[in-house]
Design a protein around this ligand. Structure first.
Ligand SMILES: C[S@@+](CC[C@H](N)C(=O)[O-])C[C@H]1O[C@@H](n2cnc3c(N)ncnc32)[C@H](O)[C@@H]1O
Length: 243
């Protein structure tokens, strides 16, 4: 395990910290639903699965689901979330994704939400995901565009906050055009994208999760009927691997 993986594991073993952002998890889950409506899958890979909230709802439309996460605590919640009648088609792997030797060209849907910000090399992640996907397979991947004006605002805000409370954990800064170009070079084509903002800057504590969900939806719409997309720094992409 690399130093970065150890720090990330420690961070996400504290599941409560992450799971308080539940309006954001709800938006992610609904975006995955919207991107996959009516489709049936042979083998779905959810990396990193967290509690499995994004992929477990797909179990009725999938023959097999693999959940991978470096956090044992996230996976123990995921295990409880799997309906008993579907456990036989679910595989749970507690490991660092980069140490796993998974079979290339073997998944027809890969869901990768919330990982790019935490890895040693975003480029290595994009290569690995592309190679695991079957030709014709779909990749749903999330990234916060570091070059977007809202990301600059967030960095200013966090920089000011940091003067008071020193924060040591740093997220990767990944621009949207890096994701799009790298995946295109890996033989994937962009099909759809839904954008919104994950942060309410300094106003987060003023609103409940329910209110944040409603505000986000009323401004940005949803993945089926998106609005004001240019203002959204958080991208959830749907890519397809060329045949
Ligand atoms: C921001 S959460 C996202 C979880 C889920 N996909 C979601 O959208 O709610 C990031 C997750 O990545 C996991 N993670 C980070 N680095 C990893 C790695 N190298 N291998 C496997 N899991 C990793 C963490 O344990 C954590 O559960």
């Amino acid at each position: 395990m690399t130093d970065k993986s150890k720090v990330v594991k420690e961070l996400f073993e504290n599941t409560a910290l992450y799971l308080t952002y539940d309006y954001n998890l709800q938006i992610r889950k609904e975006t995955v639903e919207a991107f996959t409506t009516g489709l049936h899958f042979t083998h779905v890979l959810d990396i990193p699965s967290g509690t499995g909230a994004m992929s477990i709802p797909l179990l009725n439309r999938a023959e097999k689901l693999s959940l991978i996460d470096i956090s044992a605590n996230m996976l123990s919640i995921a295990k409880k979330n799997i309906p008993e009648e579907n456990t036989f088609k679910t595989e749970i792997i507690n490991a660092d994704f980069f140490t796993l030797n998974l079979k290339e060209n073997s998944y027809d849907l890969i869901i990768c939400l919330g990982l790019l910000a935490h890895v040693n090399s975003p480029k290595q992640l994009l290569h690995k995901l592309s190679s695991l996907l079957k030709p014709g397979g779909m990749l749903i991947i999330q990234n916060t565009d570091s070059s977007h004006f809202y990301s600059h605002l967030i960095r200013l805000y966090l920089g000011a906050k940091n003067l008071i409370h020193k924060q040591t954990y740093k997220l990767n800064k990944v621009p949207a055009d890096f994701i799009e170009k790298t995946l295109q070079q890996n033989n994937l084509e962009l099909v759809k994208c839904y954008r919104y903002n994950q942060s309410f800057l300094g106003f987060s504590n003023l609103f409940s999760n329910e209110k944040k969900y409603k505000l986000t939806r009323s401004f940005f719409g949803d993945a089926v009927s998106p609005k004001h997309q240019i203002f959204g720094s958080d991208y959830t992409y749907l890519f397809k691997k060329k045949l």
